[in-house]
Design a protein around this ligand. Sequence first.
Ligand code: 5GP
Length: 410
Amino acid sequence: MNKGLEVARGKTKVLYEQQDQPDVLVVTQTDNISAGDGARRNTISGKGRLAAKTTARVFRLLNLCGLPTHYLSGGEDDDDNEMLVRRCDMIPLEVVVRGVAAGSLVRRKPGIVRGSIIVPRMVEFFFKDDANHDPLIEPDEIVRRGIATPQEIGVMSEIARITFEILAHAWRRHQTLLVDLKIEFGRLVDAEGRGNLVIADVIDNDSWRIWPQGREELMLDKQMYRNLAEVRQEDLDRVYGAYEQVAELVGMFPVMRPGMVAIVLEGPEHAAQAEAITAALRPYGLPAMRRIASARLTPSYVLQVIQQLDATFARVVFVTAEGNSSRLAELIDDATTTPVLRFADASVQAESAAQLTAQRVALAAAKTFAVDDTVLFGRVLLVQANARSAIVAADAQLSAPPPPPNGTVA
Ligand code: 5GP
């Protein structure tokens, strides 16, 4: 990599310019570990390498889900732990999402029982200021001090919550409870995305609390180090072991499991329905294939086709495109253990209604795969969040004051 001049240095990382690419930075993570805003400091040989791997894998997962992050490439392979990121202006806030009560929350609010589930998830902002121990800061104060706009606070909260749910899903698949999470945001500086918020900094084993089997005493994250009464070499070795285990598990996060949506048409006249479903599956990145087999005219062929598909694909969902009165879905449903979704005749519906139905069917198919595929789980969350923000944006436009008449200077 063409690492250039150092541009910034934190407690656990160093940022460099990337030669000939002014909008790209190189992040390397160091072997330092610290707690209590730097009051306790140690070095664990190889920790930086593991932190870079963990960060790169988490960011790759978030990118695959469609969340905006600064991560471009690197960090994972034999590349000297160098990660390429889009340059941004950091917002001096730590955005913490909590799904289970622990840490500073239970210290601040003794009424909240440690270990209790928090719904809706709580989002808190902390102002990055080591000297004052990163104090909690309220949204009004963030705006008053010009740190971020109300709109940015809304976007950061929404993205942070989605990030938490995606990582909680990924950890749940390894029988581990994600308790809380800290992320940071930056505003992009390149011409393409100038001002847009992205998840930046790092997300590694220092950034969350994770409790295997939901048991705090089995924790694998940095809290192990924070809790040490005194730091001996064997303790640091134990911490290293946990970080190694975490990097390994996180390596399984950004893997999309191959899945197929098999659209079975009752007849060729249902091609438009099949087309609408295929289009509606695109935001999820789900592939679709089509077969024509009629429950009325060729029932045994239907059974043959679905047996074939069941045997070919490890993960498949059937969608039928059929008329209102045909029985294709029922025939398939009774013959397979695979989920079957029915999309009844579009020809009698207005086109927009057919599109909505296709979107419903695609969402149901994606949810089926999302159970054990974190990338799809994240994409479902993103599609739903985007649909919500489209409504909010449309409402804002509707209630905006009318534009001034021509010639008026605002
Ligand atoms: P708490 O406010 O309960 O101490 O921390 C909430 C979450 O944010 C925990 O997952 C904790 O690991 C993370 N966190 C809080 N402060 C920092 C920090 O300065 N650096 C990092 N990497 N994580 C932090």
